[in-house]
Design a protein around this ligand. Structure first.
Ligand code: DAH
Length: 340
């Protein structure tokens, strides 16, 4: 039996030497120390031996068991150390390697243009008013003094949702909402999306953006309108920009005008941008019609106001030399990245 104990210990040592991973070691433990192991058999059969012999052999068998356990622990420590080392190697990073630069997003050119124009007016004391894109026919047309037979009301021009609601065709209904909600003095601009039933081409899109302006106070005149828009034109297109007001017609303003700016490319000499005229039309404006002010219960004897509205896409196209409005909505990164 002594011989057998010795060979068990040797076998265990041998097997542990060959173990390459933690589960191999576990197998050795089961085989050498488990219930069905030769060592357990020896310990079990010792009951039959005489007392003295049993004592001595028991001591030896227990020593063998402790030695095997010790060998197992040593092997486990070695293997765990190897595992840890491998993990360190795999997870190590070279902090001196250059980092990966990621493309950062940027504001869309239309948003940039709205931000820029809003800043100009906010610096002059205007605040931002907002209105919904789904509007009432009343706010979009009736309250803005549009005659019942005005062509812009046609189903072919306007997206109606119901008989009384539509996708706003202009930001002007925000004037109505503001007048109904606030007392003068009123000084707001309102950027937002508008919709018209237009087929897309280089200069038309069924969805586009406008910025509306409204100022109502005592003693406001056309001079205030011209001065305010002149500041905007100079900020937007350069200090030397001149402005010109041509008589026009809008139902919600009287008198009404269109404002031209001197061509910022040829400085008025005539080029392809201004189509040889030296001037570029950029917005509609006028003195708010008393019928509109009355909708909000404003005393038209005491208060007057001016209003204006401009197309954001048109201004962005002019400023950045974009020749097709559809480029704004295609979301082609090659286009968008030019304006980061
Ligand atoms: N709403 C007009 C349009 O869509 C633009 C406009 C013109 C707005 C004159 C105004 C204004 O406030 O006074 O064509």
């Amino acid at each position: 039996m002594r011989e057998e104990l010795k060979s068990i210990l040797e076998k265990a040592g041998e097997q542990l030497k060959n173990a390459v991973n933690l589960s191999d070691v576990e197998d050795v433990r089961v085989k050498m120390l488990g219930k069905k192991s030769p060592l357990t058999d020896i310990l079990r059969s010792m009951g039959k031996l005489p007392h003295e012999e049993r004592k001595a052999l028991g001591l030896e068998a227990n020593q063998v068991r402790d030695s095997i356990e010790e060998l197992i622990q040593k092997k486990l420590a070695v293997l765990r150390g190897q595992v840890r080392e491998l993990k360190f190697k795999q997870e190590s990073v070279d902090v001196t390697e250059p980092g990966i630069t990621r493309d950062l997003g940027a504001k869309h050119l239309i948003t940039q243009t709205i931000d820029c124009i809003s800043q100009i007016f906010m610096a002059m004391g205007f605040s931002i008013a907002e209105g919904p894109e789904v509007e009432t026919v009343f706010n979009n047309f009736d309250a803005l003094n549009a005659p019942k037979n005005h062509p812009s009301r046609d189903l072919t021009d306007t997206f109606y949702i119901t008989e009384n609601t539509l996708l706003r065709t202009q930001t002007s209904p925000v004037q109505v909402r503001t007048i109904m909600a606030q007392e003068p003095p009123i000084k707001v601009i309102s950027p937002g999306r508008c919709f018209r039933s237009d087929s897309p081409d280089a200069t038309h899109s069924p969805m586009f953006h406008q910025i509306e302006g409204l100022l109502v106070d005592e003693g406001v005149t056309m001079t205030d309108l011209k001065g305010t828009l002149d500041v905007m034109a100079k900020e937007l297109f350069g200090k030397e920009t001149r402005t010109k007001f041509r008589p026009h017609h809008f139902p919600f303003t009287e008198p009404s005008a269109e404002m031209d700016v001197s061509c910022f490319k040829c400085k008025g000499k005539g080029c392809n941008i201004c189509k040889g005229t030296g001037w570029i039309e950029i917005l509609g404006c006028g003195m708010v019609h008393p019928n509109v002010l009355s909708v909000g219960g404003i005393d038209t004897e005491k208060y007057t106001g001016f209003a204006f509205g401009m197309g954001v896409e048109r201004i962005a196209m002019l400023r950045y030399g974009v020749d097709d409005i559809r480029l704004f909505y295609d979301n082609d990164l090659r286009f968008l990245k030019q304006f980061k």
